[in-house]
Design a protein around this ligand. Structure first.
Ligand code: 5AD
Ligand code: SF4
Length: 349
């Protein structure tokens, strides 16, 4: 698909015509990864963050948030719950928290890998090559790091550098790949200042980086952040990408078409924006993964990246039941095993 066609789809609002896009993405999904929906248990291990992203409630300058860091024993209990619920993967996510020490996590990774069959995904922000290397050696399988936007001027504006520590997430993604991680990235849809042309560039970058996992969610303003109020995007009328479910589904569909065998989640932000059908919509336009939240409830409500995330706090076994019903209702089935990237030739890597 070329740029012109991609732009056309992003701007298209004709439901009849869009059906063609949904069908094409759904076919690419079926051929690329099949009918299976993989469940990854998500544990939000710390909401401390040294960064000051203009969009995120965990930013260091937000003093209205109650910070926590889970203990190793608490995280191990979540891993055991993931196994009990039949999940093949555990995702450990946090803000960029350098108090999460490399050696401490090496021990925890070693323990989880030795005592469970889980694949381990890390999503801990921008860490040093030494840390990333140590965690890989300890047994971590995958790493998620969104590049957020391919427009470097916009990225610099909304994701400030940390002193003389220049943020280069694209370089980090290439490093993660070299270190042997299955690598995931992604963007938000509708951040103020995001052009349609920028979103097209984002999708081509998914293809160029040959990502194993692609996470795409709508931007949801957080009142305690610089982008929390209605900020003028500075773009000419009609150029700003709207932060809607429909636009997110278009981006998911196009990502699926350019990366047929990637793992693409129906993201939490989609489920938060439309609690009734967000996930099902994403699953029908290219997504094949759901990340049920296993974080203990009293921590989960404090992991407030954006508002609404903790509105419907449900224990893990309850949301697990609902998610399985949703998947069944779509005629799909829940995956068994780790559900890693399918390499051409059909075998899971
Ligand atoms: N709305 C939606 N997504 C957000 N993220 C951060 N802040 C927001 C927000 N306000 C996403 C970013 C980040 C991931 C952890 O959450 O893409 O990489
Ligand atoms: Fe920190 Fe990530 Fe939030 Fe940025 S998006 S403030 S790095 S948690």
């Amino acid at each position: 698909m070329d740029r012109r066609e991609m732009l056309h789809w992003l701007r298209c609002e004709d439901p009849e015509e869009l059906r063609t896009l949904w069908e094409r993405a759904d076919r690419a999904r079926r051929e690329g990864v099949g009918e299976t929906v993989h469940l990854r248990g998500l544990v939000e291990i710390s909401n401390h963050c040294v960064r000051n992203c203009h969009y995120c409630g965990l930013r260091a300058a937000n003093h209205r948030i109650d910070r926590y860091r889970m203990t190793a024993a608490e995280i191990v209990r979540c891993a055991e719950q993931a196994v009990a619920l039949g999940y093949g993967t555990l995702v450990l996510q946090s803000g960029e928290d350098h108090q999460i020490e490399a050696g401490w996590l090496v021990d925890l990774i070693g323990h989880i890998k030795a005592t469970t069959p889980l694949a381990l995904t890390l999503s801990l922000g921008e860490r040093s090559e030494a840390d990333l290397r140590a965690w890989k050696a300890a047994g971590a399988d995958r790493y998620l790091l969104r590049f957020e936007t391919s427009n470097m001027a916009l990225y610099r504006k909304i994701h400030p550098d940390r002193g003389d520590n220049i943020s280069d997430r694209l370089a980090l993604l290439r490093l993660l790949r070299r270190l042997g991680y299955e690598t995931g990235s992604g963007v938000m849809v509708g951040i103020p200042g995001q052009h349609f042309a920028t979103l097209v560039d984002d999708i081509f970058l998914f293809q160029e980086l040959d990502l194993d996992m692609i996470g795409i969610g709508p931007f949801i303003p957080h009142p305690d952040t610089p982008l929390g109020q209605a900020v003028p995007s500075g773009l000419p009328k009609g150029e700003q990408v709207p932060a809607t479910i429909a636009m997110t589904c278009k981006a998911v569909a196009l990502a699926r078409i350019v990366r047929p065998d990637a793992n693409i989640p129906a993201t939490t932000a989609v489920a938060v924006m439309d609690a009734g059908s967000g996930r099902a919509l994403a699953l029908q336009c290219g997504a094949n993964v759901i990340m049920p939240n296993l974080t203990p409830l009293h921590y989960r409500e404090r992991y407030a990246i954006y508002p609404g995330k903790a509105d419907r706090l449900e224990a893990a076994d309850q949301s697990d039941r609902q998610i399985r019903e949703q998947i069944g209702a779509l005629g799909r089935r829940v995956g068994i095993g780790q559900g890693g990237r399918l390499r051409r030739g059909g075998r899971a890597a």
